[in-house]
Design a protein around this ligand. Structure first.
Ligand SMILES: [Zn+2]
Length: 91
């Protein structure tokens, strides 16, 4: 108890904030690795739009009917990977 209190008071506030940001970003990266997709916003993850009668539908153009969109963090990862793959022999 006293050790925790001492650590809390002796910590530099900017340092603990940095640590919190680091923990949050690591958590976000882990979440992007486990759940790379999020529900498509226009079709709410359904992948299609229904007519008012509910019988007819057309596929969502944003997600190509999959209902899934890559998350922001995962898109960054994909972009980084593609850049590395394309660099090839030229470097
Ligand atoms: Zn969609």
């Amino acid at each position: 108890m006293t050790i925790l209190a001492a650590a809390a008071t002796s910590n530099d506030p900017s340092g603990s904030l940095l640590l919190l940001a680091l923990v949050a970003s690591v958590g976000y990266i882990a979440a992007c690795a486990v759940w790379p997709f999020r529900a498509c916003r226009p079709c709410r993850g359904l992948g299609r739009f229904h007519s008012p009668t509910g019988r007819a539908w057309h596929p969502c153009r944003r997600c190509n009917g999959t209902g899934a969109k890559l998350r922001f963090g995962r898109r960054i990862y994909a972009a980084l990977r593609n850049t590395r793959d394309r660099s090839g022999p030229r470097g």
